[in-house]
Design a binder for this molecule. Structure first.
Ligand code: TNX
Length: 579
C-alpha cells in the first residue's frame, strides 16, 4: 500500500513537472505593467499568442480598438492577429462590454477631475488570461482600450525575438482602475517645434501608459504655434521668431483638429494652452503695437525668459486675447482651456489680477473651464477652475545657499531691480497651493522636482555613446536627477494641503524644450521618466517600490525599440534586449 502511495506521489510530481514545461523554451514570464494594476493574481500557466489568435468583440464600437491593437502587435512582433466580425464569440482574444453593476464598481473611488467631463470609472477594466483565452471586459470602450494597453505591454515584455512565431504570456487575472482621473503631459512646442506626425507619436506614448491629457503648450516667447485666423501675423511672424536655429513653424487649424481626433481615438483629451499675459515675446514680435505692461529697458538674456506682459488696459490687446480664446475654444472638444499665467516678472499685481478676471470671463463665454499655472491662485479663482502647482525647484547643490547670487547662476548679473522682480514672482510661491485650495479650486500636481522631464540625467547611461546627449540635454539650472530620484514621491501624500479626495484634480508631467532641437532629443528626455509619471497618476503607489518598478521599466525597452523611440539607458535599470 505504502509503495503504491509513493508511486502515485512520484507520478503526480512527474506530471506536474511535465505540464509546467510543456511549452517549448518559454523561460520565466514577465509581468511588466506600468502603471502597476490595482489587483493582479498570477495563475501559473501560459497562453500562446500566435497567428491564430483572433480578436473578437461584443460590440461593433470596439472594432477600431481591436484593429489598432492588432496593428500594434504586428509592428511589435510580426504576428498577424485576425480581427473577427462583431457577432463572433470564438476569438481567442475577447473584448467585451459588460454591465456597469458588475464587480468593477467595487474598485476604490477614482479621485480628481475628468478632462472631458466624462465618467472616470469608464476607464476601469478586467483582463484575464487563461491558457485558452484572453478576455478584456469594461463598462465602456475607454476601459477596453486601457486593458489593451496592458496586454500590449505584456506582449512587449514577453517576446524573445522579433521574428518568433509565438509569444508566451503568463496566465493571470487583473482588475484595474485609475487613482486619478486627470493624468497628463504638458508638451512645449514653442521652444522647439514638432510636426503633426511627431506629436502623434507622443500621443502613442501617452496611450501606452494610460495617460489621458495632452496639455499642449502652444505659445511662449520663442514662438506662437497655432493659427488664429483673425490675427494672421501671430503665425506668419510669431511662428518664425528666430530661435537658435531650432525647428520653427505652427499648426494650421486643420492640423490642430487632426491631432485632437488622433488623441480622442486613444481616449486622450487635448487641453490647449495660450500662455498669457507673460511669455508673450512672440505676440509682441507679431503685433509690436500692443502695450507692454512691464516697464524696464533691461533685456533678460536667460533662455526661455522675457520681461514683458500684455496689458489688461490695452483694449486692442484684450480684443486679440478674446479672439484667440474664442477660435481655440471652437476647435477644442475638451472642457478645459489652459490660460498660462506663470512667471509675469515685473507685472503689477493689480494688472495681473484684472487680466486674470478678464480672461476667465472670456473663457466662460465659450462654455469652457479654466486651468492656469499656480501663480493664477494669487488672483481670484472659481470653484470649477483648476490650477497647476509646479514650483518645487531642486537647485544645483552648491548653489542652494542663495542661487541667484552664485557667480555661474544665470541670475548672477541681474540688476537689483530685476532680481526684485524674480523674488516677487517666486518668493512666496509655497503659499500658492493653499491659496488656490482655500478658494475651492482643485490642483493639478506637477511639482517640478519630480515631474519636470527637462532635468538632466544624473546617473551614467549604460551606453557610452549617450554621454554627449546626456551632457547637452536638459536644463542646467536644475540639480541633475536620477530616474529613481524622480520616481520617489506620492501625489496622494505630497502636500497636507492637497488631499486626494477633495482637492487634487490629477497629476501632470511636463517637458520644456529650451535645450532640445529635434524629436529624437525629445524622446530621450521623455523616456524612461514618462512611465514613472504615469504610474504616480494611475496606481496605488503605496504598493509599489523602485526595486520592483525598475524590472517593469526594463521590460519596456522592446516596446520602445519597435517604434524606434530613443531612450536614456539609465544604468540603474537592466534593459530587456530582444534579438
Ligand atoms: C518654468 S513651468 C516655466 C517654463 C520653463 C520651465 C523650465 C512654467 C509654468 N514655466 O517657461 O520652460 O520652467 O523647466
Amino acid at each position: 500500500m505504502k509503495k503504491i502511495t509513493c508511486f502515485c506521489v512520484w507520478l503526480c510530481a512527474c506530471l506536474l513537472v511535465n505540464l509546467s514545461c510543456s511549452s517549448p523554451h518559454i523561460g520565466e514570464r514577465n509581468i511588466n505593467l506600468i502603471p502597476a494594476p490595482l489587483q493582479l493574481e498570477e495563475t501559473g500557466g501560459v497562453f500562446e499568442l500566435d497567428n491564430q489568435s483572433s480578436i473578437g468583440y461584443s460590440d461593433v464600437g470596439l472594432k477600431p480598438l481591436a484593429e489598432s491593437f492588432a496593428a500594434s502587435v504586428k509592428d511589435l512582433t510580426g504576428l498577424v492577429l485576425p480581427v473577427e466580425p462583431s457577432a463572433s464569440s470564438s476569438g481567442k482574444i475577447q473584448l467585451k462590454l459588460v454591465d456597469e453593476r458588475d464587480d468593477l464598481s467595487s474598485c476604490p473611488p477614482v479621485y480628481g477631475v475628468s478632462p472631458k467631463d466624462g465618467n472616470p470609472s469608464d476607464e476601469r477594466y478586467r483582463l484575464s488570461i487563461s491558457e485558452k483565452q484572453i478576455q478584456i471586459e469594461a463598462s465602456a470602450p475607454e476601459g477596453i482600450f486601457r486593458g489593451l494597453s496592458s496586454l500590449e505591454q505584456l506582449v512587449g515584455g514577453n517576446m524573445n525575438s522579433l521574428d518568433a512565431s509565438s509569444v508566451y504570456l503568463p496566465t493571470l487575472r487583473i482588475k484595474d482602475s485609475p487613482r486619478f482621473a486627470w493624468r497628463g503631459l504638458s508638451l512645449d512646442v514653442s521652444r522647439c517645434f514638432y510636426t503633426v506626425e511627431e506629436v502623434k507619436q507622443v500621443l502613442d506614448m501617452l496611450a501606452l501608459y494610460k495617460m489621458n491629457v495632452l496639455h499642449w503648450h502652444l505659445t511662449d516667447n520663442q514662438g506662437w504655434r497655432i493659427e488664429i485666423k483673425q490675427y494672421p501675423k501671430l503665425t506668419e511672424v510669431g511662428g518664425f521668431v528666430p530661435n537658435e536655429g531650432k525647428p520653427e513653424g505652427y499648426y494650421t487649424q486643420e492640423q490642430y483638429k487632426e491631432i485632437v481626433d488622433y488623441a480622442a481615438e486613444r481616449f486622450i483629451t487635448v487641453v490647449p494652452e495660450l500662455d498669457m499675459p507673460g511669455h508673450t515675446a512672440a505676440v509682441f514680435a507679431a503685433y509690436p503695437e500692443f502695450e507692454n505692461a512691464v516697464k524696464t529697458d533691461f533685456k533678460l538674456n536667460v533662455s526661455g525668459q522675457h520681461l514683458g506682459a500684455l496689458d489688461v488696459d490695452d483694449a486692442a490687446a484684450m480684443k486679440f486675447v478674446n479672439a484667440a480664446i474664442e477660435e481655440l475654444a471652437a476647435l477644442t472638444p475638451g472642457s478645459y482651456i489652459h490660460i498660462g499665467g506663470d512667471e509675469t516678472m515685473g507685472l503689477a499685481k493689480d494688472k495681473y489680477a484684472r487680466f486674470q478676471a478678464e480672461i476667465r470671463k472670456m473663457v466662460a463665454r465659450t462654455g469652457k473651464k479654466v486651468v492656469g499655472w499656480q501663480e493664477t491662485a494669487r488672483a481670484d479663482l472659481n470653484k470649477d477652475d483648476l490650477f497647476q502647482y509646479w514650483i518645487h525647484i531642486k537647485m544645483p547643490k552648491k548653489e542652494n545657499a542663495d542661487s541667484s547670487k552664485q557667480k555661474d547662476s544665470p541670475f548672477a548679473s541681474l540688476p537689483e531691480e530685476v532680481r526684485k522682480m524674480f523674488l516677487e514672482a517666486f518668493g512666496n510661491a509655497a503659499k500658492d497651493l493653499g491659496r488656490g485650495i482655500r478658494q475651492g479650486a482643485k490642483v493639478i500636481l506637477s511639482p517640478s522636482g519630480f515631474v519636470y522631464l527637462d532635468h538632466q540625467y544624473l546617473e551614467p547611461s549604460s551606453d557610452s555613446l549617450q554621454w554627449a546627449d546626456q551632457q547637452r540635454l536638459g536644463l542646467k539650472a536644475y540639480q541633475k536627477q536620477t530616474v529613481r530620484d524622480m520616481y520617489e514621491w506620492n501625489p496622494a501624500t505630497y502636500s497636507p494641503e492637497a488631499r486626494p479626495a477633495e482637492n487634487i484634480a490629477g497629476v501632470e508631467g511636463a517637458i520644456w524644450c529650451e535645450t532640445l532641437g529635434n524629436f529624437k532629443e525629445l524622446q530621450f528626455m521623455l523616456l524612461p521618466r514618462l512611465a514613472g509619471v504615469a504610474e504616480k497618476a494611475w496606481a496605488e503607489v503605496e504598493k509599489t517600490q523602485w526595486d520592483e518598478y525598475k524590472f517593469r521599466l526594463g521590460a519596456q525597452a522592446p516596446l520602445w525599440k519597435s517604434r524606434d523611440w530613443y531612450y536614456f539607458k539609465s544604468s540603474l535599470v537592466d534593459w530587456k534586449e530582444v534579438k
